[in-house]
Design a binder for this molecule. Structure first.
Ligand code: C2E
Ligand code: CA
Ligand code: CA
Length: 431
């Protein structure tokens, strides 16, 4: 059984609620409708998955603890479906479990809006919804699929079916050929001084029909269809070219110009590419041609089982370090073999996974992990970078621990290439 409250207007954001307690669901539904959203509540996973497919909600509100159902399994299914809706997790379980679920959602690549421990105040929910509306990209939903109530009157949902068709290797190949894959740059700052350290290049696919598609969707696709090295080449070419002209484009202070001439560039490299010596040779040659010192380039690798061919990876990574490139172990703390990789491979930076940093204020466990990673980095003589700095608490905590570098929405969201100079100008004016 599901109930829908439709307040009209195709542009209204849609919230789908899954809670085994129909009363909780309908109360929540009424509350969000008052905030101008369209809402629908269901009590079973089956109905939930059906509406997800047919109704295209923008926000999902999931109860983790439902008798006879597994909230974590639902999270896994959502992750596998490469869903772009934002997710709110609610539950009456103790906070340690709720935080574990939060990490699991992040690990599955879910666009998590937040967690709410039951019972929660209306204000907390309102804050989350306001955040969802803030970050809403109106162009995300190209066609407004009808809500289930309206659907029965107007069964023409062909457009919605096409819209959710999975992306294929051919789509990605065309996108690479047509130059639809571009970049966003997220500033990386020094924890102590707040000064600029560099930028991380993050891939973005500007699809002509579907709008902006995140790398969590298409990097996995590239990996599974053998296009990852091509994607990495495209990204590194664009990013190195951008970096090499950065100081030249700066029209402000000489001090900043010098900082920009030394700014570092972090590039994400799939673990699957670690065996590809030709790819690294190409990156090194491109650096030489553009006059970018390898010491300014950080290659970030996420540890994974893909690193099994440890010997070739070790050869290539060691070669890169010898040439002066920095190597960073990304998402540190989430994998199974962090310590093993660390000892075996010549990494120079540890990047603390954002799932810990984002939850530092709320979770003692996350703080303990951040603390030990910073200690580990220090004792191994490695740079530590924290990603996912979203609040003042995390910033202060990292400073106190002596973490080296940081990135996060609090400091700056990933920026379009042309937005970087204006961002720097605003920042310089403020300081
Ligand atoms: P990552 O390397 O861990 O990148 C950090 C991700 O966290 C980025 O997501 C970034 O936009 C996001 N982020 C940054 N600050 C915050 C924050 O304060 N809060 C939150 N919640 N998120 C924050 P994005 O751009 O969607 O990238 C997702 C992942 O896709 C990356 O994770 C990386 O693993 C992969 N990726 C991105 N670009 C490339 C690429 O060019 N090549 C490869 N192989 N992978 C890429
Ligand atoms: Ca990264
Ligand atoms: Ca990361």
């Amino acid at each position: 059984m599901h109930s829908v409250t439709h307040v009209g207007g195709a542009s209204r954001r849609r919230l789908l609620i899954l809670d085994d307690d129909a009363l909780v669901g309908s109360t929540l539904q009424r509350m969000v409708v008052r905030h101008g959203l369209e809402a629908c509540s269901v009590t079973t996973v089956g109905e939930f998955l059906r509406l997800l497919e047919e109704w295209h909600p923008d926000i999902l509100c999931l109860d983790l603890m439902m008798p006879g159902m597994d909230g974590i399994e639902v999270i896994r299914l959502l992750g596998d479906s490469h869903l772009r809706a934002q997710v709110i997790i609610t539950s009456g379980v103790e906070s340690r479990i709720l935080h574990a679920a939060e990490r699991s959602a992040l690990a599955h690549g879910i666009n998590l809006l937040g967690v709410l421990a039951k019972p929660y105040a209306v204000g907390e929910l309102r804050q989350l919804l306001a955040r969802a509306v803030d970050s809403a990209d109106g162009a995300d939903r190209a066609t407004g699929a009808a809500c289930p109530a309206a659907r029965s009157e107007s069964p023409d949902a062909a457009a919605a079916g096409t819209e959710s068709a999975p992306l294929t290797a051919d789509d990605l190949r065309c996108a690479l050929e047509r130059g639809e894959i571009g970049l966003a740059f997220q500033p990386k700052l020094d924890c102590r001084s707040g000064g600029l350290v560099g930028f991380e290049a993050l891939a973005r696919w500007q699809h002509p029909d579907r709008g902006s598609i995140g790398p969590d969707v298409f990097v996995a696709l590239a990996e599974s269809c053998g296009l990852i090295d091509l994607l990495t080449c495209e990204i590194t070419d664009q990013a190195l070219l951008w970096l090499s002209g950065l100081a030249r484009r700066w029209d402000g202070s000489e001090q900043m110009r010098q900082q920009l001439a030394q700014a570092r560039l972090s590039l994400n490299v799939s673990a699957l590419s670690l065996g590809n010596a030709a790819l690294f040779l190409r990156i090194a040659e491109h650096c030489r041609a553009l006059g970018v010192a390898p010491q300014r380039v950080v290659l970030e690798v996420t540890e994974s089982s893909a690193m099994q061919d440890a010997t070739t990876a070790l050869d290539n990574l060691t070669r890169l370090r010898l040439q002066g490139f920095h190597l960073s172990i990304d998402d540190f703390g989430t994998g199974y073999s962090s310590m093993v990789q660390l000892v075996k491979l010549p990494f120079s930076e540890l990047k603390i996974d954002k799932s810990f940093v984002m939850t530092a204020a709320a979770s003692e466990e996350s703080r303990a992990i951040i603390r030990s990673v910073v200690d580990l980095g220090r004792s191994l003589g490695m740079t530590t970078t924290a990603e996912g700095v979203e609040d003042a608490f995390a910033l202060q905590y990292l400073k106190e621990l002596g973490c080296d570098h940081m990135q996060g929405y609090l400091l700056s969201r990933p920026l379009a290439p042309d937005a970087v100079i204006p961002w720097l100008r605003t920042r310089e004016a403020q300081h």
